[in-house]
Ligand binder design. Sequence first.
Ligand code: AHR
Length: 514
Amino acid sequence: MKKNSLTILSIVLFLIGFTGLSAQTEVKIEDQDSLRINRNIYGHFAEHLGRSIYDGLYVGEDSDIPNTDGVRNDLIEALKNLQIPVLRWPGGCFADTYHWMDGIGPKEDRPTIVNQWWGGVTEDNSFGTHNFLNLCEELGAEPYLAANIGSGTVKEFADWIQYVNHDGTSPMADLRKENGREKPWGVKYWGVGNEMWGCGGNMTPEYYANLYRQYATFMTSWNNDKGLYRIASGANVDDYHWTEVLMRDVPHNLIEGVALHSYSFVEWGDKGDAVDFNEAQYFSTMQTALKMEELVTKHSAIMDKYDPKGNIELIVDEWGGWYDVQDGTNPGFLYQQNTMRDAMIAGVSLNIFNNHSKRVKMANLAQTVNVLQAVALTDGAKMLLTPTYHVMEMYKVHQDAKLLPVSFDSPQYSYEGESLPAVSVSASKDDKNVIHISAVNIDSEKENEVEFDLSGFDIDDFNAEILVSENLQDHNTFDSPEKIIPKQFKDFKFKRGNLKITLPPFSVVVLESK
Ligand code: AHR
């Protein structure tokens, strides 16, 4: 190469660096028919924590806020629109303190419970099993009940299953009928405790594996034709030993799912503000969010070793961003705002789960309303939908669709000598042969051009939506609830099977084939 051309090349590279443009990324998409993205990957989690249940979902039957059996109607509509497939309840850490019988029968007779993990507040148990399961019916979502292993008993757990699932004459089915519900709800998903390595009892995996065997032995599906799906409390982040012991020591006929919890944060001991964060804090948050790729890969590899046929599934039943609580709110209530940073966490996490559909069959965002990375926030009668809500809404098209595996080398998002893959993609084909591609660019400054070879697919053109904003810190407020909403996206070209899109900095795009 001559000196002149070298100079021109250096100038171009220099300009690329400084104009925020970057080189094109080529994505290969395979047309594979075998694997589906389980709709339960789009699951949610609502714990008795802060204003999640009380003054969140549940405002009470006598509230002035329009409600159905005490659950606010605006939230019901919003969640229905998300097509939430599964909802986990009542915890979290709360689950291993909860005695379900305290939440049934006439409300005035119910004992109180002090929520020892979350703010030490006294709850009146007015929201209990019936309320939750009826809500799931209303939403068209499968309930996922997390049972109390830490401070409960085998009998208490077995009775709960009989109460909600037995269709005949039995002590618990009779009690359910006395309490106004004739037909059982048919609950399939059951968590055998929560975070047993921590708030669930500070157990070793060996001890918990034994306990799990005992509890699972007494779990009967009764006449529930869906069968029971038993989920073992899983590892904290990269505690691979935990998964190894469960897979090794629990007989495989007693278990359907193994859980995993992993949150995104700046530093666990110094989480920082949910809104007022700098680039260094954004970068660290995305490092922890993208670690999910390594986590599901390594936990899956351990599961593959003990269960090569893939009968036992990986259930990421807590994920999301975790920051300091909003100033002036109860520190135990975990109330935080939700910005474009959270949209990035949601976009990349859901792409990871989609792409790992072989083993990941459920994931539950923590949490639904007013807690951690919520999809909705409420203030009295007001409600807003967060950027995270909009990502979940844009991505719902992947639910139960066939996964189209993608492969590409991502451009890097570099900050202070460290780098992360800037672009994340997943794709699927639904039963009407419509292709959906979700693409995220987490780079805080650079746009990224991505090119897809779709020549093997029968596509005329695309429609597309984008979630983007001017600043990473932007968020919806009660005064401006629609600052961040999905908009039509046109910055793409589709010609002869070749799709080129330009992803602006910190944006989420979902394309739909025509
Ligand atoms: O989601 C908040 C808490 O985080 C849950 O109660 C617990 O399981 C996890 O540590």
